[in-house]
Design a binder for this molecule. Structure first.
Ligand SMILES: Cc1cc2nc3c(=O)[nH]c(=O)nc-3n(C[C@H](O)[C@H](O)[C@H](O)COP(=O)(O)OP(=O)(O)OC[C@H]3O[C@@H](n4cnc5c(N)ncnc54)[C@H](O)[C@@H]3O)c2cc1C
Length: 242
């Protein structure tokens, strides 16, 4: 929303357009920050009394408990945001090489994220692994299809249920059969320029091995980041304002 007149533009009383932003979760706060850095006035409306949305850290019995996300990846844009906010020195780095586990058939099993792990994993049967290889011959996302239906059509029922849907569910804190692929996973594929086979697109990375940016958080928990953004832009955020 950009207005040249009305209440939002009235913030400074001149004709400079003010951008209205709905929500002071990390998306709204990051947008507020980047626009303000570029000299654009913003006014952010947050229905809750606190910033951060999904990001909520609590101290319980001397330990930090995250109610939402637990860590950031220190990718380029995140790093420059943390630099801007003088938060880089306070980062706590985690171990990037920890495996991801999926609970299946009464045991925790390592999620196979490399070619070698995919060949040796006991999460999938040989039949399930062979079915994954048929993925390049399947079609892309269809309108109205759930993420779970899409993954099943692409990779077969076994790999979809035991591997891909749990990974997706764990990553987004949601259920793959509740999400429409065109608005969620489909958008992520589009952003990475993946139109045809997912397997063909990710195979070069799987062969090279993973080298993701470090995992980071703060001693007080991840909420430190939205709190710092909200402090920096306190004058342009209205809390308890749906
Ligand atoms: C359990 C869980 C674990 C996760 N783990 C990770 C992780 O480890 N690392 C990671 O990078 N990501 C993780 N994610 C994803 C990440 O948390 C989200 O992508 C991100 O926090 C979403 O931020 P957002 O600002 O888009 O939305 P939200 O955090 O949902 O914020 C939206 C804000 O808008 C406000 N709002 C909504 N409607 C209105 C309205 N009409 N008027 C005013 N205000 C309104 C809400 O009150 C809220 O504050 C996890 C998610 C979940 C659920």
């Amino acid at each position: 929303m950009a207005t040249g007149s009305g209440p939002a533009a009235g913030k400074t009383g001149d004709d400079t357009p003010t951008v209205g932003i709905v929500g002071a979760g990390i998306s709204g706060l990051a947008l507020t920050h980047f626009l303000e850095e570029q000299g654009v006035q913003t006014l952010t409306f947050e229905s809750a009394a606190r910033p951060g949305g999904t990001i909520q850290s609590r101290e319980i019995d001397g330990r930090i408990v995250e109610l939402g996300p637990q860590r950031l990846r220190l990718a380029g844009p995140v790093k420059s945001l943390l630099d801007d906010l003088d938060l880089t020195d306070d980062l706590q780095e985690g171990n990037t090489n920890q495996p991801l586990f999926i609970y299946h058939d009464e045991a925790f099993r390592v999620a196979p994220l490399s070619i070698r792990e995919a060949l040796t994993t006991n999460l999938l049967s040989w039949r399930g692994k062979l079915r994954v290889l048929a993925e390049p011959f399947t079609d892309g996302p269809k309108s109205g299809e759930s993420v779970e239906a899409f993954l099943t059509r692409k990779f077969g029922r076994e790999a979809a249920h035991r591997l891909f849907a749990p990974l997706y569910t764990g990553l987004y804190g949601t259920a793959a059969d509740d999400m429409l692929v065109e608005y969620s996973l489909g958008k992520a594929l589009e952003r990475h320029g993946i139109e045809g086979s997912i397997l063909k697109a990710v195979a070069p990375y799987a062969l090279k091995g993973r080298d993701p940016p470090p995992i980071v958080t703060f001693e007080e928990g991840l909420e430190r980041l939205p709190a710092a953004l909200a402090d920096r832009h306190a004058d342009s955020i209205e809390f308890s304002t749906p």
